[in-house]
Design a protein around this ligand. Structure first.
Ligand code: SF4
Length: 167
């Protein structure tokens, strides 16, 4: 199975806590005003790689956890679900995923929701330019939530919330 990506950043410290292998995928239809990365909107941008190739890169770094970003990984949900499932089956790495969908939208759509069981943290919702706040960690606007799908939210990261209850 293939994933269309723009870039892989290795050992980044900007895409979640600690060192991470960040996979930036191509394609986003949310088109948020003021998007930090509008060149990522093109679904035909970047190039295709296989899930196996991505796994090789991820596994080669024993130190780093994993981040899915873009673009929006949920527009390639089948392939990212396969990648996430194999990361969980074959490594002990955590997965953070950024999306322009809200978790309520994802939970209401079984096709999108198939990836949720394999993610540790979802940073959800569109970027809202009018609410832009550069002091926020890992988020551009306060509507976006750092949702811990597994375990307890990290109290050291402002904006984290558990899966239940959602606001
Ligand atoms: S969801 Fe992210 S990548 Fe997509 S338009 Fe909004 S800010 Fe840009």
């Amino acid at each position: 199975m293939n994933i269309r990506i723009l870039n892989i950043l290795e050992q980044t410290m900007a895409d979640g806590p600690g060192f991470r292998t960040a996979i930036y995928c191509a394609g986003c239809a949310h088109h948020c005003k003021g998007c930090h990365n509008p060149q990522s909107w093109d679904f035909a941008g970047g190039h295709e790689v296989t899930v196996d190739e991505l796994l090789d890169v991820i596994k080669a770094d024993s130190l780093s956890d994993v981040t899915f970003s873009g673009g929006d990984p949920f527009y390639q949900v089948e392939a990212f679900t396969e990648l996430a499932r194999r990361i969980k089956a074959e490594t002990d790495k955590t997965i953070w995923c950024w999306t322009g969908f809200t978790i309520e939208e994802i939970q209401a759509d079984p096709h999108l929701a198939q990836m949720l069981p394999y993610l540790d943290v979802l940073v959800d919702g569109p970027f809202i330019l009018e609410q832009r706040d550069t002091s926020l960690l890992f988020r551009g606007s306060p509507n976006q939530r750092i949702i811990y799908l597994k375990g307890k939210p990290d109290d050291t990261i402002p904006g984290t919330v558990p899966l239940v209850p959602l606001r």
